[in-house]
Unconditional design. Structure first.
Length: 166
């Protein structure tokens, strides 16, 4: 396996691990927890899911042929409370992830150095995927943190619990 093939395989594995972290967090939360605000200016889990969905749909729709910031995206609206529930949020979650994984699976290793654009910035596909990985993992970390804050001592660790050796 060459570097490019390995990279595409690894990015999918890493993204899947973050998707799993999000879903393991969701499994510990009730409906109201998705809408908990730590402060008036903070995002709740529902808003983070809306934003990730909007970002994934914009970035990965027509990935090779159109700018990653689509004219139909309404980014600011992603940060506004929407009429939704846990099930509709999870539907957005799965739709976004499905597009991400389908798009990456269609990439060929020799395309990684091809130039695409995001917000008119020219990037290699390799760099665009790293950019998306960083953005997604950042927000998944927020979801985990908020879930942990809400559940407190009831939170079931998603990694090695404190005070336990590997």
């Amino acid at each position: 396996m060459n570097f490019e093939e390995g990279f595409l395989k690894d990015i999918v594995l890493r993204l899947q691990s973050y998707k799993d972290l999000g879903e393991k967090s969701f499994a510990q939360l009730n409906e109201a927890d998705f809408f908990f605000h730590a402060s008036p200016e903070s995002n709740n889990i529902a808003i983070i899911i809306q934003h990730l969905h909007g970002n994934m749909m914009s970035r990965f729709t027509d990935f090779l042929t159109e700018d990653g910031e689509k004219p139909w995206r309404r980014r600011d609206e992603e940060f506004e409370p929407a009429e939704c529930n846990k099930d509709s949020l999870l539907a957005l979650w799965h739709e976004g992830w499905s597009l991400v994984f389908n798009t990456i699976s269609e990439l060929k290793p020799d395309e990684l150095m091809k130039i695409i654009s995001i917000r008119n910035e020219q990037l290699t596909i390799y760099d665009a995927l790293l950019r998306s990985y960083a953005h997604i993992s950042y927000h998944i970390g927020q979801i985990v943190f908020i879930g942990k804050m809400i559940k407190d001592k009831e939170w079931q660790s998603l990694s090695i619990p404190k005070r336990r050796k590997q």
